[in-house]
Ligand binder design. Structure first.
Ligand code: ADP
Ligand code: MG
Length: 393
């Protein structure tokens, strides 16, 4: 991935809270534990040597238990907090090097925050809450109203623009918070436990709405949660923090299938993998063989290494020859027209959605990319193996 596709780069960031953080950095860097540092020096290690890259247009989730450093980390991104050591680059600009004026413009235009407790002004209407940042920034009233109404529609609150926050449910109030953040047209949304205070059903709706908004808007969203299901649902990438340290960063599937350490493994142990793991992540290479050339000899040779996909003259998957077919290749290839049709699925399908298809097919599935080109196969066995980890823990 080229550097210019990275929106936010966090480089070896440390944050120590206390009277003289610089004086305890040697100890922190030497690896003294958070509790040891607190006991010996009275300083709190908020973040320890965290490096992360956040891509433009993705939803990046930071998760961890309470006190793990999530809020401390995200507040570095718009320099509400300055690191004790390390750097934060946004669009390749070091936020620590910004002048007061640059920083003000950066906070007004480039990044927007959505807070857990909504932080709405109680005596202002929904619309006024949404546009207050715009008018402060100097936008004319009429233009701000028009712009604000568009954001209110985006979050499905049209008709409520003249109500006051206390007349709205928690979920609706958070929609106002979201509309207010969107109103600045910021490229980056920072959402610190934005949905954590909501009831489960409402929270579910908000997650769906955020996903739907993001498909249209392609913002760079940094979303904090302590809820793994929420992280897996929303995050293109997920970072797991513990005691201020980054334990793992990767896609949800990466983290579930290859947890970096015992802590992460325990963290993800109870998750339903079938909802997260895609068939594409289990894909195995397959040999390709045109139907007109296929015979027992060349097909058998391919099966030495992989399963084989037999292609039509147009290059479309026609049939999959699996390891179980090895001893009956002659029979199979004698009546080519009778070969069962290959079952093709898109690599992005999660296992849960693939179960009934898998159950209905004797042969491995052909995995295709977005443009229906075969990229390999997934066998029933590899699916079972992926899920068996669940039981094994
Ligand atoms: N202003 C502060 N002064 C001292 N300690 C702080 C301050 N802010 C956060 N901390 C400490 O830093 C650690 C990380 O806190 P925080 O980032 O709020 O965690 P999270 O958001 O994951 O719950 C905690 O141990 C917390 O007590
Ligand atoms: Mg927090």
């Amino acid at each position: 991935m080229a550097d210019d596709e990275m929106k936010i780069r966090v480089k070896n960031v440390y944050k120590v809270f206390g009277d003289n953080p610089a004086a305890v950095m040697d100890k922190v860097k030497a690896g003294a534990s958070k509790s040891e540092i607190l006991e010996k020096t009275g300083h709190v290690v908020g973040i320890r040597d965290v490096s992360l890259d956040i891509r433009a247009g993705e939803t990046f989730v930071i998760m961890g238990l309470s006190g793990s450093g999530k809020s401390t980390l995200i507040r570095h991104f718009n320099r509400l907090i300055e690191p004790t050591a390390g750097h934060i680059l946004v669009d390749d600009v070091d936020v620590l090097k910004m002048s007061e004026t640059e920083l003000r413009a950066f906070r007004r235009k480039k990044v927007s925050m959505v807070f857990q407790r909504f932080a709405l002004l109680p005596h202002k209407t929904v619309l006024d809450n949404v546009v207050c940042g715009l008018t402060i920034a100097g936008m004319g009233k009429a233009e701000a109203r028009e712009h604000g109404m568009r954001q209110i529609e985006q979050v499905g609150l049209d008709g409520f623009e003249n109500q006051y926050p206390k007349q709205l449910s928690g979920g609706m109030q958070q929609r106002v918070g979201l509309a207010r953040a969107l109103a600045t047209d910021a490229e980056i949304l920072l959402m610190d436990e934005a949905f954590s205070a909501l009831d489960p059903l409402i929270r579910n709706d908000m997650q769906a709405q955020l996903k739907e908004l993001q498909e249209r808007l392609h913002k760079t969203i940094v979303f904090i949660t302590h809820d793994l299901d929420e992280a897996l649902r929303l995050g293109d990438h997920i970072a797991i923090l513990k005691d201020g340290e980054l334990r793992q960063a990767g896609t949800g599937a990466d983290i579930l299938m290859n947890p970096a350490d015992d802590y992460v493994a325990r963290f993800v142990n109870d998750v339903n993998r079938a909802r997260v793991v895609t068939v594409g992540s289990l894909v195995e290479k397959a040999g390709l063989l045109p139907l007109s050339d296929a015979n027992a000899a060349n097909c058998g040779a391919l099966l030495e290494d992989n399963e084989a996909i037999i292609l039509t003259d147009e290059g479309k998957p026609r049939h999959v020859v699996g390891q179980g077919d090895r001893h009956r290749l002659d029979d199979l290839l004698r009546s080519k027209s009778a070969m069962p049709a290959a079952v093709c699925v898109d690599g992005g399908m999660v296992l849960e959605d693939g179960f009934s298809i898998l159950a209905g097919s004797h042969n491995p599935l052909v995995i295709t990319n977005g443009s229906d080109v075969p990229v390999g196969v997934v066998t029933q066995q590899s699916v079972m193996r992926a899920l068996a980890r669940d039981a094994a823990g």
